[in-house]
Design a protein around this ligand. Structure first.
Ligand SMILES: C[S@@+](CC[C@H](N)C(=O)[O-])C[C@H]1O[C@@H](n2cnc3c(N)ncnc32)[C@H](O)[C@@H]1O
Length: 241
């Protein structure tokens, strides 16, 4: 099924959590703005001036607005199942003066037309919410299926092997990082419980295997901040449009 894009000017509903997201994310995710900036700069190196971008899990639209503001010839389609996040994204895109070049869909990538029409895709801080029971694979495969042959993907995710001492150390350092940025101890504890309960981290080798199975190649690491990593990849040539 293809979900219709939401009407950007008519999106008024705001959930408090979506608003809070923008207030706290930079104090919770190390180098959040740098990750977005580096992703945009890498895309700029890789894409033509009239590129069409797919932003999977666009959330409150921060990366989408920045990509479009920096590249006046680009257009972008964002998808996210959270209408509250999309309502904030719609406002942000308008405020950045790029709303006319943006389309927002209240759904997962699987709901978008299954046509290889995009020049690039990003999946930033999204896939770790999905269990490794076929859901991660489905997200990557559906994204690959909407990319032109050899089109780049930028993926960033919380990752690692939760069973290792190294990962436990990184998580402890992450808690310390949040404390240094003013997150109250009870919120840090709640966040860690949420990670243990709901965030499906996989080791690097598994991340690469998932990307390869979805038809991506040329997988390169470009970002690392404690338990957060970022990779570039390309849809294998010969597949897609
Ligand atoms: C941590 S936010 C990241 C948002 C944005 N990419 C950023 O960097 O700020 C994760 C977003 O992924 C969305 N999400 C969760 N599951 C998804 C899925 N299967 N497909 C697309 N988006 C999804 C959530 O609704 C949420 O808005």
């Amino acid at each position: 099924m293809t979900e219709a894009p939401i009407d950007i000017p008519r999106a008024h509903f705001h959930d408090n959590r979506a608003r809070r997201y923008d207030d706290t994310i930079r104090r919770v995710i190390p180098a959040y703005d740098s990750l977005h900036l580096m992703s945009g700069l890498l895309l700029k190196e890789l894409l033509p001036a009239d590129a069409r971008l797919l932003v999977v899990g666009c959330g409150t639209g921060t990366e989408m607005a920045a990509f479009l503001a920096d590249n006046p010839g680009w257009t972008a389609v964002g998808c996210d199942p959270s209408e509250a996040m999309l309502a904030v994204a719609a406002e942000r895109l308008d405020e950045a003066g790029v709303g006319a070049r943006a389309e927002l869909h209240p759904c997962t990538v699987e709901c978008l037309p299954a046509e290889a029409t995009f020049d690039a895709a990003t999946i930033l801080l999204v896939m770790h919410f999905l269990p490794d029971d076929g859901a991660k694979q489905s997200l990557l495969t559906a994204t690959a299926g909407r990319l032109k042959a050899a089109a780049p993907l930028i993926l960033a995710d919380m990752h690692g092997d939760p069973e290792t001492e190294h990962h436990r150390r990184l998580l402890a350092a992450w808690a310390g990082w949040q404390a240094r940025h003013g997150i109250p101890p009870e919120e840090i504890e709640k966040g860690l419980a949420h990670v243990h309960r709901d965030i499906h981290r996989v080791p690097l080798e598994r991340m690469i295997a998932l990307l390869e199975s979805a038809g991506f190649t040329d997988i390169e690491h470009f970002f690392h901040a404690l338990i957060f990593g970022g990779w570039t990849a390309r849809r294998a040539a010969g597949e897609g449009a």
